[in-house]
Design a protein around this ligand. Structure first.
Ligand code: SAM
Length: 208
């Protein structure tokens, strides 16, 4: 896992081992239940693991405790971040049951006690969170509406909503009607693949 080690030079042996195990176990499950394009598997570390971990380069994750990953699919960004930050609790939610099966099986195989897969629609998630994440799921305004209209989902003080998104976001973000900051992932990770990919950083108080 040399690429990740380049950007996270203080990785422990244990985390490095888990990230390597994740590549193996996830790839096996992805053969059975398609979560990411099979063509992406040779590039899993760069395109999916490191992209997920860019959140940890953008912000000090240790200021948070309860993380929600909306529309996690096979566990991105939640699982790589769960491996990297074992002291934080991660709830990974998706509306497709078989994707959550992959999340649960991978978390079990890697003994990730802080990663919890939940088969649920975003609109029905219950709990309190200080960091809400979502990668490639829906327009910003739609994600915000899922959170805003859900009475059972509490956004804790000093929280953040961080979205991993690509493309031209101007219209989408204007339509969402919130204050935000936009950070290019390519400023954090110097790899061509990340050109045109952004972290949309929104204060929790903007949404709830
Ligand atoms: N975040 C993952 C990733 O980056 O690999 C998956 C991205 S995939 C393009 C979008 C995911 O969002 C799908 O797994 C889909 O089931 C999920 N999704 C869409 N609408 C949802 C909703 N209302 N509640 C929960 N999950 C939803």
């Amino acid at each position: 896992m040399s690429l990740t080690g380049e950007y996270f030079p203080h990785l422990t042996e244990n985390k490095l081992q888990k990230l390597n195990d994740f590549k193996v176990v996830f790839s096996e499950w992805n053969e059975k239940i398609n979560c990411v394009s099979r063509k992406d598997i040779p590039f899993l570390e760069e395109r999916h693991i490191l992209h997920s971990l860019s959140i940890g380069l953008h912000i000090d994750m240790n200021r948070f405790n309860h993380v929600l990953d909306i529309g996690t699919g096979g566990g991105f960004p939640g699982i790589p971040l769960g491996i990297m930050f074992p002291d934080l609790e991660f709830k990974l939610v998706d509306s497709i049951g078989k994707k959550i099966k992959v999340v649960k099986e991978v978390a079990k195989a890697l003994d990730l006690k802080n990663v919890h897969g939940v088969h649920e629609r975003a609109e029905n998630i219950k709990g309190e969170f200080d960091l809400i994440l979502s990668r490639a799921v829906a327009r910003t305004g739609v994600i915000i509406e899922w959170v805003r209209s859900n009475q059972d989902l509490r956004v804790l003080p000093d929280s953040k909503l961080l979205l991993l998104k690509g493309g031209d976001l101007k219209e989408e973000l204007a339509e969402a009607g919130i204050n935000y900051s936009l950070f290019p992932v390519s400023d954090l990770i110097n790899i061509d693949f990340f050109a045109g990919k952004f972290i949309v950083d929104i204060e929790g108080k903007e949404i709830k």
